[in-house]
Design a protein. Structure first.
Length: 271
């Protein structure tokens, strides 16, 4: 069985990468000014090609990523992402992360799986939602551990499709737009007391998204973009998404990972 410290760190990273940024409640004075949640148009992703990304941390290239959204039957969709880390200084020993999220048309989670490969271990998480309940199966170096995470009640789950997912386009943005993000948060189901206590310290606060217009240098050109800025309750920027203003093509994402003291930037590779 892996150490509890490593368990907590890996679970925390899983929560970050699954929801990317988690939240529960927003300061009331901020809520008063929040518009309806912005929804990703999943039908707009049908036929989208595999998108390649270059990953940077604090200006240094650390690896590559790719993403694709597939349309399934019964108006369901599948988010697929793979992150390959070439620079082992980013998170020591981390090689790759693969994620698959299957969602309904309304963005509600139907199933998910994730595989994390480290120099000394491999962690896999998978499971389906049945009757609004999600029971993840976790294997550690091909050995199943059933006592880490309990059953997760998703009856009141929020939309797991959001602007921070590696979607190809974000249409419908306009300057001054603001909304509340409510990504999937499975942290309450962690049964190991040590891991749960550690996760409580690192869980991100509520997020408010605000849209601005700014320039981004991409493919050696200055591009006018809608920039979605995510603010926590302290009004600090914890993430940004740049979408080209003329067609909504997502060019860059930036996420702060305070657990590791790192910033992660994914820049779209030009065709």
């Amino acid at each position: 069985m892996p150490s509890r410290l490593i368990t907590a760190a890996i679970l925390a990273f899983w929560l970050r990468m699954t929801g990317l940024l988690l939240q529960r409640e927003v300061v009331p004075m901020m809520l008063a000014e929040v518009a309806p949640t912005f929804h990703v148009d999943l039908t707009d992703e049908i036929g989208s090609p595999l998108v390649a990304w270059t990953m940077y941390s604090d200006g240094k290239r650390i690896g590559t990523a790719n993403s694709k959204i597939n349309a399934l039957d019964e108006r369901r969709f599948e988010f697929r992402s793979r992150f390959q880390f070439d620079n082992r200084e980013f998170i020591p020993g981390l090689k790759s992360i693969e994620t698959v999220d299957r969602v309904a048309e309304d963005g509600k989670l139907l199933a998910l799986s994730m595989k994390i490969v480290h120099d000394s271990l491999k962690i896999e998480v998978d499971g389906e939602v049945v009757a609004h309940k999600f029971k993840p199966r976790i294997t550690w170096n091909d050995i199943e551990h059933s006592n880490l995470v309990g059953e997760i009640d998703l009856a009141e789950q929020s939309n797991v499709s959001n602007a921070l997912k590696l979607v190809s386009r974000l249409r419908g943005l306009h300057e001054g737009q603001t909304w509340k993000e409510t990504p999937f948060d499975p942290s309450g189901a962690v049964q190991d007391k040590f891991a749960r206590a550690a996760l409580e310290q690192f869980k991100a606060s509520s997020m408010i998204a605000q849209v601005k217009v700014d320039m981004l240098v991409w493919d050696q050109k200055e591009v006018v973009c809608h920039v979605v800025e995510y603010h926590d309750v302290k009004q600090e920027i914890v993430a940004r998404v740049w979408a080209r203003r003329r067609d909504g093509l997502v060019l860059q994402r930036e996420v702060r990972l305070p657990l590791f003291g790192k910033n992660l930037t994914l820049q779209r590779v030009p065709h």
